[in-house]
Design a protein around this ligand. Structure first.
Ligand code: ADP
Length: 468
């Protein structure tokens, strides 16, 4: 099967968040299953590509009432083809955050079919991701001057986070995309404005999110950020497919960031050495069971809940170590407790990949009190490293953690909820046989991309009737 994958960021070429990881890993896994994947993404000024993409030529893209000329670059990496769309609008210091982001990604979405055709790629299915490429399904359905073979191609749209929807002026959006004015009354229209994500929900043949539970949650007002109604309307074509993790990068048996490597057969030596290293570096008492946190310090992640629970966690006997970056007030509160509970609370405020590896290995549990979590990666990494997640029962956390078997779940996003689950974990930690069994269970879970890729493939096959 030939799959066209469109994304605004792709690891290792560009990255601000989890979308880049998915756009990097999923096409590789699909290629590994024997399929031909072309990933189309902007050619940013900050693109990290060595060697640089090969310039293929210019392409005329219908845009803004006329034509925009975009360059197309190409490279192949690990069995996947990449097309990079070049235009002056992507020559900026960062990927997003500009007043004309809507116009920039309308151009990009409009250029996706043209860029693929320039490389002679004729897909069976098109997969767009998040609001930046949310216009792609409607362009395929109604776009003027599409390359041969592209009109009405089956399309999938994946929501990685429903919070960011891409709102802009409706008439301007239609004019730039060169779509018929009749679409003013289509799914693109959210209360008189263009909403790229809502448009994609309407025009894509299938809609997915990154976990089955999140697919249900976003149909409710508490989680839908205003799109819950639109999502309920398309529930017949909406499903959830879990992300995977890179099991080569996250492997305690080969991880060069650890003082001693270990595996599920005998984790205690390696985990003990990691704990001692972390305890020495941050002045923690290594005799206490260690609860780690590796997280953005943000409202979504419930770090305020963790902060409020810290005295209770210390009273339960935990040492707590937080590796996090983000909100300054939350960081300050964590550091305050670090001074107050010396030996029991420690932190590193900043982003440090190597330290993250050490924390997962050192920790007995990983606290994840998220308010919402589309999929979440930290719980999967933690389990692989034998750190049992203590997590809020939401989104992908529900779909990846089995309570009292591979981790601990709590229902309410409150300090009491977190303390309840931490108390259960504390009891289990004392019952050594049970803990050992849980660790083994957690470490044996398969979170590789293979399972996710197979699920996407089944979806593509259902949509297209292609089974090759
Ligand atoms: P997010 O919503 O932030 O994308 P995920 O759980 O999906 O949350 O992914 C978070 C990723 O970022 C994980 O790989 C985690 O190890 C990493 N991470 C988060 N905060 C830090 C930090 N301060 N230092 C290093 N790595 C971090």
């Amino acid at each position: 099967m030939r799959i066209l994958f469109a994304a605004s960021e792709v690891y290792p070429f560009s990255k601000t968040g989890g979308l880049a990881d998915v756009a990097g890993a999923l096409p590789e896994a699909l290629a590994g299953l024997g399929h031909h994947v072309l990933v189309v993404t902007p050619w940013y000024r900050t693109l990290r590509a060595d060697p640089a993409p090969l310039w293929v030529g210019d392409e005329w893209v219908p845009y803004d009432g006329g034509i925009a000329i975009c360059g197309v670059g190409h490279l192949s990496r690990r069995g996947v083809d990449y097309a990079f769309v070049s235009h002056e609008m992507f020559q900026r210091e960062q990927l997003y955050g500009f007043d004309d982001d809507a116009a920039r990604f309308q151009l990009f979405s409009r250029a996706v079919p043209q860029a693929a055709a320039k490389l002679g790629f004729h897909p069976d299915v098109v997969h767009a991701n998040d609001w930046h490429t949310g216009y792609v399904p409607m362009v395929l359905e109604h776009g003027w001057h599409l390359p041969e073979g592209f009109p009405k191609l089956p399309s999938v749209f994946t929501i990685h986070n429903v919070q960011y929807q891409g709102g802009s002026d409706l008439d301007a959006a239609l004019y730039r995309l060169r779509l018929p004015g009749a679409l003013r009354d289509s799914a693109l229209n959210a209360h008189g404005r263009a909403n790229a994500m809502q448009g994609a929900l309407g025009f894509a043949h299938r809609v997915t999110t990154v976990s089955p539970t999140y697919a249900q949650e976003i149909q409710r007002p508490e989680y839908g950020y205003g799109l819950d109604g639109a999502l309920r309307q398309v529930s017949y074509k909406l499903s959830g497919i879990l992300n995977g993790i890179d099991t080569e990068v996250w492997n305690p048996a080969t991880d060069p960031a650890l003082p001693e490597r270990y595996d599920a057969a005998d984790p205690s030596g390696g985990k003990g050495a990691a704990k001692l290293a972390l305890a020495r570096r941050f002045g923690l008492d290594p005799a206490r069971p260690l609860m780690g946190v590796v997280s953005r310090l943000a409202d979504q992640k419930g770090i305020d809940i963790l902060v409020a629970a810290l005295p209770g966690l210390v009273a339960q006997g935990w040492a707590v170590f937080v590796l996090g970056d983000g909100d300054r007030e939350l960081a300050g509160a964590i550091q305050h407790y670090g001074n107050h509970y010396r030996g029991a609370v420690g932190s590193y405020i900043g982003y440090d990949e190597g330290l993250a590896h050490l924390v997962y290995a050192a920790a007995d549990t990983l606290a994840i009190p998220s308010r919402f979590e589309p999929c979440g990666l930290t719980q999967m990494i933690a389990m692989r490293y034998g750190a049992l997640p203590v997590a809020r029962a939401t989104g992908g956390l529900v779909d990846t953690i089995r309570h009292d078997a591979t981790g601990f779940l709590f229902a309410h996003a409150t300090p009491e909820g977190l303390l309840w689950a931490s108390g259960v974990a504390r009891g289990a930690y004392n019952a050594k046989g049970h803990w050992r069994w849980m660790m083994e269970e957690a470490m044996h879970q398969d979170f590789s991309w293979g399972a996710s890729a197979a699920a996407y493939l089944r979806l593509y096959q259902e949509m297209t009737g292609h089974h090759d």
